[in-house]
Design a protein around this ligand. Structure first.
Ligand code: NAP
Ligand code: ZN
Ligand code: ZN
Length: 347
């Protein structure tokens, strides 16, 4: 039997999100039904509903930072039971056959993973995201949320947490490395906390110094304003790794100049526009320009456990669902401190 879920949906690229209902599929043999408790608000949700990454089919429910409680399991489910505290991130399935899936990196599925929203699901319907009261997900794409992480604060880890943890781990952030985080919003503030917990020396590069106290409290060792042109001279040839979380295009050459020999800038921010890179900026200091997309399911569980062990908890503003449109406007003006999370009981 399908489940009727309450939800907030976009009906066009320009209209505010509105309350509605959607049908969640029958709980299949390997599926779990999750009663959603909290849902984070990612800038990707905004890029998506406003059509910035290309046209989508409306109405569309977004949200891919989901935490909740299992309320029903299919007959063949082995990993979860009713009552478990679980999470769902940016993907809900993948082909499971390609070389990347077989290597355990479903986030890089060569056939394209099934995203939590806007993807065509195996039953042919368009996936609908987490701004909702219920979701049905195959158990292989469900995460266990450690008890020690406050439930509402855990939600942003499912996208912002894994998206920053994965490149920090891949490029070996740790003792003796210097990491810069560009942009201190949802992703950026978690990049600071995680890189600090990994033992790296962390520098925030924000548009202004208005959030400096917070940045230092989150574990940054240094904090600079990118609006101050001397910042780029002061920090030239300094970092092993620059993690760019900015949602808009930035002058990538300026950030490349901050990398020391063999340093890497990894873009996790995802503006629609291309970021032009000068070969000469790379050639000096043998620099690399990379990008990274979320993380695998096993790495997401590793990140959740890492955050529990290191007492890392996202900074959130809990909102009622009806406040979602105002929250979007605040994200767009970098006025988010540091992640909006929807209380699903208000949907
Ligand atoms: P967010 O909360 O809005 O944070 C972005 C931050 O970038 C802002 O807080 C601001 O930081 C800075 N910023 C914004 N506009 C800027 C501009 N015009 N110039 C310079 N800096 C600017 O967004 P988010 O949720 O963290 O997401 C960030 C980006 O990552 C989005 O593009 C999102 O789609 C993308 N994303 C990618 C993945 C992935 O898998 N790669 C996953 C999730 C999200 P300051 O105020 O400190 O300057
Ligand atoms: Zn996201
Ligand atoms: Zn695959």
């Amino acid at each position: 039997m399908t489940t009727t879920a309450r939800a907030y949906a976009a009906t066009s690229a320009t209209e505010p999100l509105i309350a509605t209902t959607i049908e969640r599929r029958d709980v299949g043999p390997r599926d779990v039904l999750i009663d959603i408790a909290y849902s984070g608000v990612c800038h990707s949700d905004i890029h998506t509903v406003r059509g910035e990454w290309g046209p989508i089919t409306y109405p569309q429910v977004v949200g891919h930072e989901i935490v909740g409680t299992v309320s029903e399991v299919g007959a063949d489910v082995t990993r979860y039971a009713v009552g478990d505290r679980v999470g769902v991130g940016c993907m809900v399935n993948s082909c499971r056959e390609c070389v990347n899936c077989l290597a355990g990196m479903e986030n890089y599925c060569l056939k394209g993973n099934t995203q939590t929203y806007t993807s065509i699901d195996r039953d042919g319907t368009v996936t609908q995201g987490g701004y909702s009261t219920h979701v049905v997900v195959t158990e292989d794409f469900v995460l266990r949320v450690p008890e020690s992480i406050p439930f509402e604060a855990a939600a942003p880890l499912l996208c912002a947490g894994i998206t920053t943890y994965s490149p920090l781990a891949h490029w070996n952030a740790g003792p003796g490395t210097k990491v810069a985080v560009v942009g201190m919003g949802g992703l950026g503030h978690l990049a600071v906390k995680i890189a600090h917990a990994m033992g790296a020396e962390v520098t925030v590069l924000s548009q202004s110094l208005s959030k400096q106290d917070d940045g230092l409290r989150f574990g940054a060792d240094h904090y600079y304003a990118t609006s101050d042109a001397t910042t780029f001279d002061t920090l030239a040839n300094t970092f092993d790794l620059v993690v760019n979380t900015v949602s808009a295009p930035v002058d990538i050459q300026a950030y490349l100049s901050l990398l020391r020999l063999d340093g890497t800038i990894v873009n996790v921010g995802a503006p629609a526009e291309p970021l032009p890179v000068s070969v000469f900026a790379l050639m000096g200091n043998r620099r690399s320009f990379a990008a990274s997309g979320i993380g695998s399911i096993s790495e997401t569980q590793e990140m959740l456990d890492f955050c529990a062990e290191h007492n890392i908890s996202p900074e959130i503003e809990l909102i009622a669902a009806a406040d979602i449109n105002a929250a979007y406007e605040r994200v767009l003006t970098s006025d988010v401190r540091y992640r909006f999370v929807i209380d699903a009981s208000t949907i």
